[in-house]
Design a protein around this ligand. Structure first.
Ligand code: MLT
Length: 335
């Protein structure tokens, strides 16, 4: 069995390898409606969570391929904190020239609205959506020695020990926080939360047995699950996932309301010129069709959105719907 250290090393080498491949010449000139002279220098892609976590892995895979058609490096900058809202705010306040982007998600660009009264940005107003780049299921995970063989036993145990167990998350408003908040609400429990700057470091703590359970995105869970250094109880989706076929759905396990899906979207600051957004979108759309992106993404259990879901308008629609959805879900849970 692969040691987790080795698996983590593999995951990190993959990250570095992807980053090193980012610099060939531009593949083709700008199309109609795109900005002819953009980009003329490197682009910064803010990842509002720690290195090695799901958002970081998706960002590095997609941005390395985008750099090929943009003809300029896309440099990932991990700006962490407050469930990803610090990095997202930095992007919202950046110059609207296309040189600063953020990879946001269901937390930073939807659930955070309901969880931070003073958020500092409005996901559906202060950003120019560029493209949806990934969707992925969420799993309920636990440390390998957690004393429950299946979801039924997990529920019994956490209800009986909620004062002594804890769960890891990537900060208020993150996907791991929001999805486990929904789970805890459905189970009627409120254990201690242990915040991290991302589920990359949170996963290390789960593997080390320092925390008890976590809700996390498939991309971050596949390797530690395959190496059996953690375990999964349910997947919060409508169907089982081929990446982890043995994991039952929450509905199969008797909790049909535990339905959450994660997604990642590229965003520029609002007022970024439409031609620049069009150039960035074209680079993202092209990248999502390349094997260099599809293979690692689908290999890690992420879903590459179909072409009709990759437009800036489609991402704006996702944000609008998700902001509403999480406002309602989290309001219902509010004490
Ligand atoms: C990460 O990349 O660490 C995650 O997206 C964190 C989260 O939202 O749970």
């Amino acid at each position: 069995m692969l040691s987790f250290a080795y698996a983590a090393a593999v995951r990190r080498v993959a990250v570095v390898a992807v980053a090193l491949l980012a610099f060939p010449l531009s593949l083709s000139g700008p199309a109609i409606g795109q900005a002819p002279s953009f980009p003329s220098h490197p682009i910064t892609l803010i990842v509002p969570f720690a290195k090695g976590g799901p958002t970081d892995v998706v960002a590095r895979i997609v941005s390395a391929e985008m750099a090929k058609s943009l003809g300029q490096p896309v440099v990932v900058d991990n700006i962490v904190g407050a469930g990803g809202t610090i990095g997202s705010l930095k992007a919202a306040q950046a110059l609207p020239d296309g040189y600063t982007l953020v990879l946001g998600h269901m937390g930073t660009h939807a659930a955070a609205v309901a969880l931070y009264p003073k958020l500092g940005y409005r996901p559906d107003v202060d950003f120019a959506p560029v493209a949806l780049v990934a969707r992925m299921p969420i799993l309920l995970l636990a440390r390998r020695e957690f004393p429950a063989a299946d979801f039924r036993e997990f529920v019994l145990y956490v209800r009986a020990h909620q004062d002594t167990i804890n769960l890891a998350h990537a900060g208020v408003g993150s996907v791991s926080y929001t999805s486990c908040m929904l789970l805890n609400h459905l189970l009627g429990i409120d254990p201690t939360g242990v915040p991290f700057n991302g589920t990359g470091p949170a996963m290390d703590a789960l593997v080390a047995g320092q925390v008890d359970y976590m809700c996390d995105q498939m991309v971050n869970a596949v390797l530690p699950l395959r190496t059996e250094v953690i375990k999964a109880y349910v997947i919060a989706g409508a169907e089982r996932d081929p990446a982890v076929p043995a994991v039952p759905t929450a509905a199969e396990a008797g909790l049909p309301k535990f339905q959450v899906e994660a997604w990642n979207g590229l965003f520029a600051p609002k007022d970024t010129p439409a031609a620049v957004v069009a150039t960035l979108n074209a680079a993202a759309v092209r990248a999502l069709d390349q094997p260099e992106v599809r293979e690692p993404m689908t290999g890690l259990g992420a879903v590459v959105p179909p072409p009709d879901q990759r437009t800036p308008e489609a991402l704006a629609g996702v944000v609008g719907r998700e902001v509403q959805k999480w406002r309602m879900v989290l309001k219902r849970q509010a004490p």
